[in-house]
Design a protein around this ligand. Structure first.
Ligand code: ATP
Length: 320
């Protein structure tokens, strides 16, 4: 490879900038040219491509978001869109691409690989919902942001002896909810993977806990279950305990990345460029059992993962 491109795609995540910086600086160190592709695959198809040098990534390691912007792109899901993308890469002499994003972005990366553009994926999502890796760029920052916010809600919830439902991000995956549930000592954790909709049991636990003298009842609800406001109204009506819903929302996507996200994203970014230099393509960099690994994209996409049941049981046991 002589010239590599880098893009961020799908939802943004804190630490993506650290990954971009590592990709750019590793490539320059190896004597390669680097091009930044703006707005994911949408920017590729619009030829929003800029030359990058070492200073293009100055002063970004500590910043949330992505300096390359991110987007979703319907056109790239089509075979014509992918062919056009590969042609644009060739036109700009881009012979390797690092794609930072989630599973959808990796599907696109796999298509580019098949069209002869060497492509490496980096797992960038706050949701931790990429099966081939135990770590995703942004999760650590997002759970820490959510945890700190929930601590604040807890203070006021205790003072007013309220029940609080706090909704955290995670449409299909409950990892943020589970981790906050642990870290904030929540009385209940509602995970998309586990919640059976049994609100009466929830109400009974709230009443029991109040009888046992608990001053608050924190429920962490995942976005995928949602309906926090109406749930709060029903709980208040059934228990007589003042119940409020707080939806943390997009604040969880932003903010300065934690040390862990900066370090892991940097190492993964460097690893992606090394793989391209070794002539590898169609692979995702992951972190599994304490080691950085790389996995074939199709194999990675075929993997599934679930909330560890033992951890879920421990989280419930610790608040009883
Ligand atoms: P997140 O998990 O944060 O939402 P993601 O990468 O999974 O990230 P998606 O919206 O699923 O987010 O995918 C991002 C982009 O990747 C899509 O908008 C599209 O351009 C491209 N993409 C998704 N699926 C495919 C596919 N099957 N083939 C080609 N490109 C795809």
């Amino acid at each position: 490879v002589k010239t590599i491109g880098v893009l961020t795609s799908g939802g943004d995540a804190p630490g993506m900038n650290a990954a971009i910086r590592a990709v750019v600086r590793t490539a320059i160190h190896k004597g390669l040219k680097v091009k930044g592709i703006m707005r994911g695959y949408a920017g590729l198809l619009q030829e929003e491509i800029v030359d990058m040098d070492s200073t293009s990534v100055s002063d970004i390691i500590h910043r949330g978001g992505t300096i390359l912007y991110t987007a979703r792109c319907q056109e790239f899901i089509t075979a014509e869109g992918q062919k056009k993308g590969a042609e644009i890469c060739r036109k700009h002499n881009i012979d390797g691409i690092v794609v930072i994003g989630g599973d959808g972005s990796f599907r696109g990366a796999g298509k580019l690989s098949a069209l002869g553009i060497n492509t490496i994926g980096l797992p960038g999502t706050i949701d931790l919902d990429i099966a081939c890796t135990d770590y995703t760029i942004g999760f650590d920052t997002a759970v820490n942001t959510a945890m700190e916010a929930i601590d604040k809600v807890r203070d006021t919830s205790t003072s007013h002896e309220r029940c609080s439902i706090i909704e955290v991000m995670g449409r299909n995956a409950g990892y943020i909810a589970l981790w906050c549930g642990f870290a904030n000592g929540a009385e209940d954790i509602l995970l998309p993977e586990r919640y059976d909709g049994d609100e009466q049991s929830l109400i009974n636990r709230i009443i029991d806990n109040r009888k046992r003298g608990k001053k608050h009842h924190i429920i962490i609800n995942a976005e995928g279950i949602g309906h926090s406001a109406s749930m709060a109204r029903r709980i208040e009506a059934a228990t007589g305990i003042e119940t409020r819903a707080t939806i943390l929302g997009h604040m969880q996507r932003g903010g300065a990345p934690t040390c862990k996200d900066r370090v892991y994203a940097s190492i993964m970014g460097a690893r992606a460029v090394e793989l391209l230099c070794e002539g590898k393509s169609n692979r995702v960099v992951g972190y599994k059992h304490g080691e950085y690994v790389d996995i074939d994209i199709q194999e990675a996409l075929a993997m599934t993962k679930d909330i560890p049941e033992d951890q879920y049981q421990i989280s419930k046991m610790l608040v009883r």
